[in-house]
Design a protein around this ligand. Structure first.
Ligand SMILES: [Zn+2]
Length: 69
């Protein structure tokens, strides 16, 4: 209901579950950071401007949000 929330970056949970594209296991991922692209590069590559990065709980690979099933 508050107007102040509109200016904050998108929120994300500190962990998420899914299947790791690297080791193929159902894993819990720890939030690693954000990868930000300038708009013209993102549009050219067909990618979102902000990609969330996660670390696999099993193999510790860093994977991007759209790779986790
Ligand atoms: Zn993994």
């Amino acid at each position: 209901m508050s107007d102040t929330t509109r200016n904050l970056p998108p929120v994300h949970p500190p962990t998420r579950k899914g299947i790791c594209p690297s080791c193929g296991r159902r894993s819990r991922f720890r939030f690693e950071g954000e990868q930000r692209w300038p708009r013209h590069i993102a549009e050219k590559a067909g990618l979102p401007m902000i990609i969330l990065l996660w670390s696999c709980g099993y193999c510790h690979s860093t994977v991007s949000d759209n790779e986790i099933v």
